[in-house]
Write a protein that binds this ligand. Structure first.
Ligand code: URP
Ligand code: ZN
Ligand code: ZN
Length: 604
């Protein structure tokens, strides 16, 4: 690849051709010059009135929390952070942030007190992997931002990462649509985004309907301007989301240049496609045929390929939803020589068993259809738990929350598909995905802490801190340090309960894959940025009232914030300095954008 620096003229030609004006010429502050050129004395009173009006509208729509804006003192809990356990300790929260953690903190006037005696106090959990209202497999995932955030509050998850899909391969069009959707639906908890890249279009590979599309330029734009610094590549879902290997490599190189984290869905999509055709040809249509069409060797192959390509491109790679022992081993092997590759477990991978798909009850079997499939609890489940305990190959626990109602699992679209309610669709049409936002924290406690496989601080790291660090939102999230967002969860380690679909906060018609499971440990209270929205297993009055509102009314009470990120903020890039943006920007013959010269620490 020849990397000559083009002159300014070339760049303008390029940006004029693509319609993207990437040379960021700082715009003069239009507002400031307008203020100066206008009689400031006339304008200011109007601005002041407008500000007061806006504030009163915002206030009128504020969600009523238990503490009603008061500071919070959590007393006498076992406070657990990412480093240590602190018995009989208090946490003081003021103005939405952690102010102090210590023993016998002095009482303040007009403070909301929560007694945490006998309970564990931890940072709000972060789910790095969710699909909310996402169009997928001819349908849309059932949970919207409202039901997902209620489930988050009840389950102790106070920040979620959602996946943006491109619209006709345009990443920025996807970003706009996803932002609009959150606004329209309204969320109660904080969030951030990853953006999926499904193909690399640009001067060398023009998009058939959009000749100006420049995917690598969009990646640059999104990283710099949108506060989104992670891109997902699907190596599966052929003829839909799957990216070709050569494009994947370009995407990895761009991530490396931009200081963005590459995420990968690792399954060999071509081989899976063959597996599906072979199964159908042998009249294998039932949900269990999903398993034979995509065995774990195909997950391991793609995991290995992705990790090696990341090493070649010097990119940081995060393998999502690692579901098999073979894939864990693939990550671990590459990590001997290249540490910038880590994996994510999902709660289904160590709590569900593939043998449960082997039933003639379609509704029961189809609820477990997801990709990659989970496998044998006593083999793959154990390997995943051991890798989580080692916190090396696998460093986070997500959910891959992608839910569908029983009806969607039976037949996504009677017009489009060869199915009806009496004749369910074949396995390859069943929308892939399971639930988990509401259950992840308690299930992790039950399967890993209660069984003494991990310590309480590891629990905090796996469900919260490690995601915050890997995705660059630490210590704002994932921490109980002074100044961190006051996302705090109070957890009862002794509480025994049974997961009941009838009581779930996610979409009521989603068949819960954890229904009927007995669990030790339960989330009691969730505090999001200093607001007690769930306490002693009940929603705050404002939240409870939302349930009877229309969608547009609910949206007015949206309070969740987008958490923006900086390039090179990931823990995986710790050893690299931010590239020196000296204005040198050029595009090579592949349309790959080069920004300045990245300097390694040892060269500084
Ligand atoms: O089955 C799954 N995992 N559904 C959601 C989409 C994805 O692959 O992450
Ligand atoms: Zn995936
Ligand atoms: Zn997913």
């Amino acid at each position: 690849m020849s990397h000559q620096s083009p002159n300014l003229h070339d760049l303008f030609v390029f940006s004029a051709q693509t319609g993207l004006h990437l040379l960021v010429v700082k715009q003069p502050n239009k507002m400031a010059s307008w203020m100066v050129s206008t009689n400031i004395k006339i304008v200011l009173p109007f601005l002041f009135i407008a500000l007061l009006l806006t504030m009163s509208i915002i206030h009128a729509d504020r969600l009523e929390s238990f503490n009603q804006g008061k500071p919070i003192l959590i007393r006498n809990g076992l406070v657990v952070d990412e480093f240590n356990e602190h018995p009989n300790t208090d946490v003081l929260i003021v103005d939405g942030r952690i102010l102090q953690v210590g023993q016998n903190l002095p009482m303040m006037q007009d403070v909301y007190i929560i007694d945490a005696t006998g309970h564990i106090v931890i940072p709000g959990a972060i789910d790095p992997h969710c699909h909310i209202s996402m169009p997928f497999m001819s349908t849309v995932t059932a949970d919207d931002w409202q039901s997902a955030s209620l489930a988050g509050l009840a389950g102790g998850t106070l920040t979620i990462f959602d996946f943006i899909l491109p619209i006709d391969h345009s990443l920025t069009a996807g970003v706009e649509q996803w932002k609009k959707r959150v606004q329209e639906q309204g969320t109660l908890i904080d969030y951030s985004f990853h953006v999926a890249v499904t193909g690399i279009f640009g001067p060398k590979n023009p998009h058939p309907r959009n000749q100006t599309l420049c995917t690598l330029c969009e990646m640059y734009q999104i990283t710099e301007d949108e506060g989104i610094t992670s891109f997902k590549f699907f190596l599966a879902y052929k003829n839909a989301l799957m990216i070709r290997d050569d494009d994947f490599l370009l995407g990895l190189q761009q991530c490396s240049q931009l200081g963005a984290l590459a995420l990968v869905h690792a399954e060999n999509g071509d081989a899976v496609d063959k597996g599906i055709h072979d199964a159908l040809a042998e009249n294998c249509f039932a949900p269990k045929c999903h398993l034979r069409s995509r065995p774990s060797i195909l997950e391991a192959e793609a995991t290995n390929r992705a990790a090696i390509l990341a090493q070649f491109a010097d990119a940081a790679l995060y393998v999502v939803h690692v579901q098999s022992k073979a894939a864990v081993e693939a990550i671990s092997r590459v990590r001997h020589t290249y540490k910038r590759v880590v994996g994510e477990a999902v709660v289904s991978g160590f709590t569900l068993d593939e043998r449960w798909l082997d039933t003639d009850d379609f509704d029961e079997a189809s609820k477990y259809v997801m990709s990659p499939p989970f496998h044998l609890l006593d083999v793959d489940g154990v390997a995943i738990k051991e890798a989580l305990a080692g916190e090396d190959s696998l460093q986070t626990i997500g959910t891959d929350h992608a839910t569908f109602t029983k009806r969607q699992k039976r037949c996504v679209n009677e017009l489009l598909n060869d199915c009806s309610q009496d004749k369910p669709q074949s396995f390859n049409r069943i929308p892939n995905g399971v639930n988990g936002i509401e259950e992840r924290v308690a299930m992790t406690y039950d399967k890993l802490v209660h069984t003494k496989m991990i310590s309480l601080s590891q629990f905090v790291r796996l469900i919260s801190t490690n995601s915050a660090k890997l995705f660059g939102i630490y210590p704002q999230k994932g921490s109980l340090a002074t100044g961190s967002d006051a996302d705090v969860v109070i957890f009862d380690p002794n509480r025994k309960w049974t997961i009941d679909q009838a009581k779930q906060n996610i979409h009521p018609e989603v068949s819960n894959v954890f229904h009927g499971m007995h669990v030790q440990g339960k989330v009691l209270t969730s505090i999001s940025r200093g607001e007690v929205l769930y306490e002693n297993e009940s929603f705050a009055p404002g939240v409870a009232r939302l349930k009877s509102m229309t969608s547009s009314q609910k949206a007015l009470f949206s309070r969740g914030k987008f958490i923006g990120r900086e390039p090179f903020s990931s823990e995986l890039y710790r050893d690299l300095a931010r590239f020196k943006n000296n204005g040198e920007v050029y595009v090579d013959e592949n349309g790959l954008l080069h920004i300045g010269k990245r300097i390694k620490h040892d060269e500084l």
